[in-house]
Design a binder for this molecule. Sequence first.
Ligand code: ADP
Length: 627
Amino acid sequence: MAKMQFKSESKRLLDLMINSIYTHKEIFLREIISNASDAIDKLCFIALTDDKLGMTRSDFKIEIKTDKEARTLTITDNGIGMDKDDLENNLGTIASSGSYQFKQQLEEKQDDIDIIGQFGVGFYSAFMVAKEITVITKKYGSTTAYKWQSSGADGYDIEECDKDTLGTEIILTLKDNTEDENYDEFLEQYRIQGLVKRYSDYIRYPILMEMKKSRVKEDTKDSDKPEYEDYFELETLNSMVPIWQRPKKDVTQEEYDKFYTEKFMSMEKPLKTIVTSVEGVVTYKALLFIPASTPYDYYTKEYKKGLQLYSSGVLITDCCEELVPEHFRFVKGIVDTADLSLNISREMLQHDRHLLTIAQNIEKKIQRELTSMLGSDRENYEKFFKSFGRQLKYGVVSDYGLHKDELQDLLLFYSSTEKKLVTLSEYVDRMKEEQKFIYFATGENAAAIDALPQTELLRSKGFEILYCTEDVDEFTLQSLMMYKEKRFCSAANDDLGIENDEKKDEDEKDSSALLTFVKETLGDKVAEVTASKKLVSHPVCLTAKGGISFEMEKYFNSVQPDSGMKAQRVLELNLGHNAVKTMEALIQTDIDKAKKYAEVLYCQALLIAGLPLENPSEYTDLVCSLI
Ligand code: ADP
């Protein structure tokens, strides 16, 4: 009998498959198993109403066998099976649009090998590893069984054959090994076991395989030299019911923890587990985790954000980026939805309406969970914030502040008065009546900020100050601009919005000669010299004028040393301080010494602000000359 020919499109796809240089050839097993599971679904449904079939849910299974000598891998199901027409229609043509698209893409960009994994190319993908495929099948309601056989593009044969039971047996005769490819790997039970675990762990029917094991021979048990023998044991390779499909009340936290540590290869338990099940416009289940600490590669480009995406228990992609927003990129987990087809491509995923809705829901869910943790489990929230607070702040700054409303109430800053982390809302609730702004001060660490002279007046007024100790902190507050209608104000600002002290105003009037002298001495180093209204015990401090703060200057110069970013410096003098008074007196008696005093005081102000001295050795010479 003449060979039957594949439909022309299928033939071209087959050619591509057979000659594929794709590195993830292993996905063929996922495809074959998914087909088997679909076929069982169909017969299982019929079994509900057809008593004559004599089968119940627990009778259905998929079996895998390897034969090293014959170099075959056989996948058997007891599903609905196929008749002659089915074989011709289903295995002789490309049925799904997904496969057709796949073919087109593969032809267009031959070098982009990654696309194969994104398409459910189904049955044909087996030709990536098999030189011959035999399908022996008997359909529900039919008395005849058929054998379909093909070695690839030259066509296929169909003939009647014997088969007692319903269902389908797919026998893959593996390709010969080449220098580059070792197809024997698909005959190794541990490799198959691994593939099933990875791609098909949540198929709802048991996937069984005879596993070769070794044991001590019974009669040599007690001897000095025990002998071993091989034996076979049927093992279920898949866990079948995914943990996220089980009702939350039936799963213990230990089980969730174990799942997390195994699945995401973590040494520690998650800080928080979020379980959610949604039915409605979109239907999905999600199991999300917040890690207990920052992954070592978190702030590098090696770290990949995203959730695992399953479609009814079958893995579609390991890392679906679209499912979590950038500011929650620390969240790990799984989403399972029946609303997606297995055949969905990466490009299609990005625009899939269901997926976008799921992503929006997940974002809201994470936000709600974090908010409730902040309210009811502060200790753990602070742990979380220590690991990922920086990410939330980046979230406020990025996308032109698009997410700030969503994130601002999740932020924590160290407070000068409370001596612990506080929220912006707590700060505003405590604000004094006469207090106009939310004050913050920037420095390397809390101790350095404690010592900042700029904060003296604020402290003396009893105003709370938020400490910005991370480089992103000040940008975060600047991006927020306001919180509950209160503006943010840096302690290093020249205007702190505090009512002028009359006495100091008078001081200023008769100090104009001193201020002019210091400004002339320092020249362009400072934009202005003023009589300070905020200093109490320190002689000098630097404040910034205009749009650029000292922190911005430091930050930009660290990432781009020649950026030329410089804040306008205002040197504030505490006119009541002895050092300043002495300098003022010296203007009359020893003007050179007075100039040296002005230089020294300016350098001190730089040091306190955490800014580099232009010439450190000149500074020490200067100090020595005065000692
Ligand atoms: P897809 O599964 O995406 O439709 P495939 O190429 O994987 O495409 O399979 C084509 C068709 O062949 C399936 O839709 C199904 O009708 C049939 N088929 C494949 N494997 C089996 C099987 N084990 N039992 C019954 N029918 C099968």
